[in-house]
Design a protein around this ligand. Structure first.
Ligand SMILES: O=C(O)[C@H](O)[C@@H](O)[C@H](O)[C@H](O)CO
Ligand SMILES: [Mg+2]
Length: 403
């Protein structure tokens, strides 16, 4: 199982994706997602200059050893660029191992723990009514869980809310970062009305989620969590920037609203205090940023000790390779919670043929050996890379703010 070749494929079928392909002497290959939205080419350079030359000739079956070789060996541990590169290698190697074993990846992980994987859809509107119309649409499509985000009067553009009715928002919508204006006061006064309206219209059974995109301080997050308790959210996501894990102590002391965090984390160490103190309820780190299956399953196991479940990040800026592998992981992991689902465009789906299926608000894992996602390299070549950036947030007085 010697690695004979490895290379990076960058393609932009509507948005940028970075894919690592690892080929073994026998011809069996695996692919991994190395996309880091808005910083794609940094990961490409990391892989091409530092990782790929050191992979050639290694035994592809030694996944654990290669993980530590890349993680410890770099000396510079952790960080999103490093970990996106390590993740891509890890996902490609698990794909190869499962193909060599003629098993779908979930079987190799330990087999099926559930029949299907519950997903949540994004529902956004310029105002509350617009958002309710989207919820209605998604409930009809079979979703049991929806993430609701609505425009706030007095705030012209909010990240996470689509520009026009019926559309989806684009996470990286400009070549250089667009500048948005943010008002915490306006947001905090408005957002509980959205949840009240959703519960009034759709009743108690629908799972309702909301993403704050790191914009609040801990005491503001505590106020929001408390205010929305009557609407029993499934989770409140990224309510504060999480570099300071201790912030969650204060939030937790004030509210029973479940908390999700971790889409920007890339290591088990980012979670340690949050988990050991039982300050959170869901972990969000995707397989393509958290060190692949090898590392994320350790995070999931640690989380399980504290009744914390998975709720993996699944926006359009993670490729179908990451989503496909996630569906295998979700099918196996004992402490599964939910999987985010922001559907890829048909152009993206054509570049990445896959065997997972969406049905009635759930994903169904495929039975093909490996993670079940491939890349059409000829088609990928037709979509050259285009620089694209996430926006930045400023307060009304111009101060640069979190988001
Ligand atoms: O919960 C989510 O899906 C998100 O917060 C995304 O919209 C991210 O911001 C995006 O993936 C960044 O690249
Ligand atoms: Mg989020």
């Amino acid at each position: 199982m010697k690695i004979s070749d490895a290379y990076v494929i960058v393609t932009s079928p509507g948005r940028n994706f970075v894919t690592l392909k690892i080929v073994t002497e026998s011809g069996t290959y695996g692919i991994g997602d190395a996309t880091l939205n808005g910083r794609e080419m940094a990961v490409v350079a990391y892989l091409e200059e530092h990782v790929i030359p050191a992979l050639i000739g290694r035994d592809a079956s030694r996944i654990e050893d290669i993980w530590h070789y890349l993680y410890r060996g770099a000396y510079w541990r952790r960080g999103p660029v490093t970990m996106a590169a390590v993740s891509a290698v890890d996902l490609a190697l698990w794909d190869i191992k499962a193909k060599a074993a003629c098993m779908p990846l979930y079987q190799l992980l330990g087999g099926r723990s559930r029949e299907r994987v519950m997903t949540y859809a994004h529902c956004t509107g310029r105002d509350i009514e617009g958002c309710l119309a989207e919820v209605e649409k998604h409930v009809k499509l079979g979703y049991r869980a929806v993430r609701v985000q609505a425009g706030v009067p007095g705030i012209p553009t909010i990240y996470g809310v689509a520009k026009n009715a019926g559309e989806r928002y684009e996470p990286a919508d400009a070549e250089l970062p667009a500048e948005h204006v943010w008002s915490t006061e306006k947001y905090l006064n408005h957002v509980p009305k959205l949840f009240a309206a959703v519960r009034e219209r759709f009743g108690d059974e629908l799972h309702v989620l909301h993403d704050v995109h790191h914009r609040l301080t801990p005491i503001e997050a505590a106020r929001l969590g408390k205010a929305v308790e009557p609407y029993h959210l499934f989770w409140l996501e990224d309510c504060v920037p999480a570099e300071n894990q201790e912030s969650f102590r204060l939030i937790r002391q004030h509210t029973t609203t479940p908390l999700a965090v971790g889409e920007v984390f890339n290591s088990i160490h980012d979670y340690r205090e949050l988990l050991e103190n039982q300050w959170i309820d869901y972990i969000r780190t995707p397989l393509s940023h958290g060190g692949g299956i090898t590392h994320v399953r350790r995070i999931a196991d640690l989380a399980g000790l504290y009744h914390v479940r998975t709720g993996f990040h699944g926006p359009t800026d993670l490729s179908p390779v990451c989503l496909g592998a996630a569906i295998h992981f979700d099918t196996w992991v004992p402490n599964f919670g939910i999987q985010e689902h922001m559907p890829h465009t048909s152009e993206t789906d054509a570049v990445f043929p896959h065997d997972y299926r969406f049905e009635d608000g759930h994903f169904l894992v495929g039975e093909a050996p490996g993670h079940g996602v491939d890349i059409d390299e000829a088609l990928a070549k037709q979509y050259p890379y285009k620089r694209a950036s996430l926006p930045v947030n400023r307060l009304e007085d111009g101060t640069l703010w979190h988001w």
